[in-house]
Design a protein around this ligand. Structure first.
Ligand code: GUN
Ligand code: ZN
Length: 463
């Protein structure tokens, strides 16, 4: 899987094309009433009982891209007789899935098993990421990337872009065309990686500013300031991150934190003044609401407390944590301390684009973790949807089917004669049905995906 970098055709990273089509939004002008069993978590099941809402004969009324009503089909139908009814019985409606940690530049290193973080970066991820200097390569991968998100039911993703502005622009453009909500930014680094991936702080500032002006808040796109991780960013680069956040309203922030013991030792060496890893980011004001830090597998008690107090979200990436041998995530400690936690696939350290699978892996690893949290289907759904919306400061807009929110919808329909269809014949409770979906529904079960009511993906060989 991993190998030598190929020869790159370098493009001028400032040659970003601001495409006027970016952010075009279309939606049906007639109300649509989707009819199918539906699940969502309008409340937080880690804090409240009965957080899972289920309607066996469900109705989801969509008006101008928004949820106008969610509940029992007949009740909604009775007061909305002019809506077009779409009979989707035989499948299930879930809110659009939300991935809070994924790398655009790493699609082609999926499956590079057998290494731990720093060796994997050096031998697998970074050589591949260097190829993103070639804009045509970046455009091709961007198409694959957004297609894979949609085909796995992900409607919103917080994405590490590339170390190159033009490649990051290619991702934003593909994201805009796809209709998905893409929150992303150019990856910033000025040391410790490989020379092709380094920018000077000054260059990173100029390129990031250009991308922010071009893409932030255009249609469904948002910009996230994205220093790769503390070992690859000097203090001057972290200062640039702070400046960007001060200069532009509403930027999100993403980075990595406490993933691997060798990485943490490196941070201690490079930032001898910092009391711990998190303190490096804190020194530059890099945390709080709208900030997502991936992994945090090896936190101190103090870091957990400070993450909770700041409102920073930890993106839990259980498949990656297992694949790279990073360790078992202390979910219970985070939740009990009040840290916000959402899910990330961490492609390509992880194993693929499926957030449903990620929720299942979170469940599995918590089963074997010492003092693990026992996840149920409601908690898995919350982590896969609403928790991600809250992480991104989009909790008022997406994450569940409450009226007024955007109609971001995944239609899960098991293939004929599949294990999932067989299991669903005999499930007796909503929780059992949802647990079966998390366990057995892969991309072959994602029949249709909508963002703001508009179809952005339909399974071709559907049944
Ligand atoms: N830390 C810094 N870069 C990376 C990356 O690409 N993947 C993961 N899992 N951790 C990182
Ligand atoms: Zn990552």
């Amino acid at each position: 899987m991993c190998g030598k970098p190929s020869e790159n055709k370098t493009v001028n990273p400032t040659s970003i094309i601001c495409n006027d089509r970016v952010g075009t939004v279309t939606c049906s002008d007639r109300d649509e009433l989707l009819r199918a069993p539906l699940f969502h978590t309008p409340r937080n099941p880690f804090l409240q009982d009965r957080a899972l809402e289920y309607h066996g004969d469900g109705g989801l009324l969509i008006r101008e891209g928004k949820v106008a009503a969610c509940g029992d089909f007949e009740t909604i139908r009775a007061t909305n007789t002019s809506a077009t009814v779409i009979d989707m019985r035989g499948g299930y409606l879930l809110p659009g899935l939300i991935d809070t940690h994924i790398h655009f530049s790493q699609v082609r290193v999926l499956g590079g098993l057998g290494r731990s973080l720093l060796d994997w970066l050096e031998e697998c991820a970074l050589p591949e990421e260097a190829r993103m200097a070639d804009e045509s390569h970046a455009r091709r991968i961007a198409q694959v990337f957004v297609h894979e998100l949609a085909s796995h039911g992900t409607t919103t993703a917080l994405v590490f872009g590339a170390h190159f502005a033009a490649a990051t622009a290619a991702l934003f453009e593909a994201g805009a065309e796809s209709g998905l909500r893409i929150v992303s930014g150019m990856v910033m680094s000025d040391r410790q990686l490989r020379p092709e991936l380094h920018q000077t702080p000054d260059r990173a500032y100029r390129d990031s500013t250009g991308l922010i002006r071009c893409f932030h808040r255009r249609g469904r796109l948002l910009y996230a300031v994205t220093p790769r991780f503390a070992p690859s960013t000097s203090e001057a680069m972290l200062e640039v991150c702070r400046t960007l956040r001060q200069e532009h309203e509403g930027l999100r922030f993403q980075t990595h934190l406490n993933e691997n013991p060798r990485e943490i030792a490196e941070v201690r060496k490079l930032f001898p003044w910092a009391s711990d890893y998190l303190a490096v980011y804190e020194r530059f004001g890099l945390g709080g609401r709208g900030a997502v830090m991936a992994h945090n597998v090896h936190p101190t008690a103090s870091e957990i407390e400070r993450l909770a107090a700041a409102g920073t979200t930890v993106s839990h990436c259980p498949c990656s944590n297992a694949a790279l041998g990073s360790g078992l995530f202390a979910l219970k400690r985070h939740v009990e301390a009040g840290v916000r936690v959402a899910l990330g696939t961490d492609v390509g350290g992880g194993i693929g684009f499926g957030i449903l699978k990620e929720a299942l892996q979170a469940y599995l690893l918590q089963r074997v973790a010492p003092d693990g949290a026992l996840l149920d289907a409601a908690k898995m759904l919350y982590l896969a949807t609403r928790a991600g919306a809250e992480a991104l400061g989009l909790g008022e807009e997406i994450g569940d089917f409450q009226p007024g929110k955007s109609a971001d919808v995944v239609y899960v329909k098991p293939p004929l004669n599949s294990p999932l269809s067989a299991v669903l014949e005999r499930t007796e409770t909503p929780e059992q049905t949802l647990a079966a979906i998390f366990t057995l529904a892969g991309a072959a079960s994602i029949q249709e995906v909508r963002v703001e009511g508009s179809i952005v993906y339909k399974l071709r060989s559907g049944n």
